[in-house]
Design a protein around this ligand. Structure first.
Ligand SMILES: Nc1ncnc2c1ncn2[C@@H]1O[C@H](COP(=O)(O)OP(=O)(O)O)[C@@H](O)[C@H]1O
Ligand SMILES: [Mg+2]
Length: 307
């Protein structure tokens, strides 16, 4: 499902496009708008006059300050990632008035509409390659890149919306407690693994590095498992839950606890401050929590069985 009505690259102010071309050292000969991701700004593939194809995303702080900040943050992060991390390379970042634009190398492959077993295998491989690296020293601990992970606790205070939540919010809060401690580590963590943050070919490239951090080495694989269910598998919801469960079984017990925490995070964020620029984001978060329910129940039962 595509939620984002992203702006078109052609609507980016001309001085922004000119500044980017100057920074790239070549005229922009053509472009193709891209529609993945959750930001309101344009994202596009650019064909340069010297034959290169590059990726660009841009946003004006007047549209959404947060995304402007994230593009600046991602630019800094891309520069400190070791070359062996499966990530695009930064080519240029320009700022012009309220605008910021980031150009990177083009990542081979495609971003499929739903997970397939081949895509899961390729992205899991990329996550393992990334997390085998020690996080660069400038990256913060992952706890600083995790927001509202106390979603189930908050829900207990604000009140469950239905019988499922009445039955499960308590145990879910219990298994996700203490996450600040058990997510800590010194591995490189992407922290926002979602199908639309990957380019999948024979191998996968992880995209959109704004939230990278230092943490436990299983975090990206756990988030991959959650996203297989939340975004969906080409073979349907039962296959998605099955694939996620199988992946989580290869990981330490903190990984399923993390997935339960993510479900609570999406649940509570769906009802927090209404988003005016991205009004569809609440529905997107709500849909993710609901999709995760069968997996969450299974994980809680398995975790409680371990005690
Ligand atoms: N380097 C790249 N090469 C090719 N396509 C890319 C690249 N980076 C991102 N994309 C595509 O553009 C979309 C938006 O990019 P992303 O960096 O995720 O932006 P956002 O921060 O808005 O989520 C992605 O979903 C992906 O399909
Ligand atoms: Mg993205």
């Amino acid at each position: 499902m595509t939620f984002t009505p992203r702006a078109a690259w052609a609507d980016t102010p001309q001085p922004v496009r000119a500044a980017l071309a100057r920074a790239l050292g070549a005229t922009i000969a053509g472009h193709t708008d891209l529609h993945g991701g959750m930001s309101p700004g344009p994202a596009a593939g650019l064909r340069l006059a010297d034959g290169r194809q590059v990726f660009v995303k841009a946003v004006s702080a007047d549209v959404r300050e947060h995304n402007h900040k994230m593009i600046r943050q991602e630019s800094e992060i891309l520069d400190i990632l070791p070359a062996s991390v499966p990530a695009p390379r930064r080519l240029a970042t320009i700022e012009h008035g309220p605008w910021i634009a980031l150009a990177t190398t083009w990542a081979a492959g495609t971003t499929p509409p739903a997970w397939t077993d081949a895509a899961i295998a390729a992205v899991a491989g990329a996550c393992r390659t990334a997390s085998a690296h020690r996080a660069p020293g400038a990256l913060p601990p992952v706890a600083k890149r995790i927001f509202h992970f106390d979603g189930w606790d908050r829900l207990l205070d604000t009140g469950a919306a239905d019988d499922w939540e009445t039955a499960n919010a308590g145990p879910a809060a219990e298994v996700s407690a203490g996450w600040e401690q058990w997510t800590a580590g010194d591995a490189l963590v992407h922290r926002d693994i979602r199908l639309d943050n990957t380019a999948v070919g024979e191998r996968a490239t992880l995209l959109d590095w704004a939230y990278a951090a230092a943490g436990a080495p299983w975090i990206d694989l756990a988030q991959l498992a959650a996203d297989v269910v939340a975004t969906g598998h080409a073979l349907g919801p039962a296959a998605a839950t099955d694939r996620a469960y199988r992946l989580l079984r290869t990981l330490p017990p903190e990984a399923p606890r993390f997935v339960v925490g993510l479900a609570g995070m999406w649940r509570i964020r769906a009802v927090m401050t209404p988003e005016t620029v991205l009004p569809y984001i609440s529905a997107w978060r709500k849909a993710r929590t609901v999709a995760l329910r069968p997996l969450v129940i299974r994980l809680i039962a398995a975790l409680q069985g371990c005690r």
